[in-house]
Design a protein around this ligand. Structure first.
Ligand SMILES: [Zn+2]
Length: 246
């Protein structure tokens, strides 16, 4: 089965955190490069990292950020461009639960990615957050797509693989092929990728770009997705994105 796969980069940083370019520069560069789907995912954290990198550290800043992305979504729509732009955020799992729940209104985002899932405890932490969000969301139809940013399978290969895969399928959480971390989709994790295929886990593509020169550094990821025969897992994700586009 041959499928035409769209060009995605769903992990991009702007000057709202540690990226070097404004959202405006990112959008125009992504258009130039012919990307089909992009998502801005700036950092959200109150861990040690918060003192080192700029991040979305206040409700006002998050509102400004979302409003600016919203303006560009409108621009793309008005100009009838086919590229889709999404509102995302990258949550550091070392942040406190209280800080996350007090700051993030999930319905305002299209995509929420969690970084640093490294243990079973981390799975419980994410579950608790998602359950809280679901319980408190008025409209269950408006719920963001959840994913794991630059996830490293090695933490679960020896122990906990079933728990991890169940967690991903039950919550429709995607695995991200992040081209800044090719070691995380190395062939030594073939059994992990076989599970993703077998259990229809969603897969996504991001390059964690902090500069527009890197926005389209995703080409080799497509070869890897084909190698692991995960094309339809990617298409499933794209279909969910199509329902979210405005
Ligand atoms: Zn990132």
């Amino acid at each position: 089965m041959k499928m035409k796969l769209p060009k995605l980069n769903l992990h991009i940083h702007s000057t709202y955190s540690d990226g070097k370019n404004s959202i405006s520069q990112i959008v125009s560069s992504a258009l130039d490069k012919g990307l089909d789907y992009i998502c801005i995912t700036d950092h959200f954290t109150n861990s040690w990292k918060a003192d080192i990198i700029p991040n979305l550290n206040s409700l006002d800043k998050i509102e400004m950020y979302l409003e600016e992305i919203g303006q560009f979504q409108k621009y793309l729509l008005d100009e009838e461009r086919q590229m889709a732009l999404f509102k995302g955020i990258e949550i550091d799992l070392n942040s406190t639960e209280k800080f996350i729940l007090n700051s993030i209104s999930p319905a305002k985002f299209d995509i929420i990615i969690f970084e640093y899932l490294e243990s079973i405890e981390g799975i419980s932490f994410i579950k608790k957050i998602i359950n809280y969000w679901r319980k408190n969301s008025k409209n269950s139809k408006v719920f963001p797509l959840i994913g794991l940013a630059h996830f490293e399978p090695s933490f679960f290969v020896i122990n906990g693989m079933n728990i991890l895969i169940d967690f991903l399928t039950q919550n429709q959480i995607f695995f991200e092929f992040n081209s800044s971390y090719p070691q995380f989709y190395s062939q030594k994790y073939h059994s992990f990728f076989d599970q993703l295929k077998k259990r229809n886990v969603l897969v996504s593509i991001g390059c964690d770009s902090h500069h527009i020169s890197r926005l389209k550094d995703i080409e080799e990821v497509y070869d890897r997705i084909k190698f692991y025969e995960l094309e339809s897992n990617l298409i499933d994700l794209v279909q969910i994105l199509d329902k979210k586009r405005i």
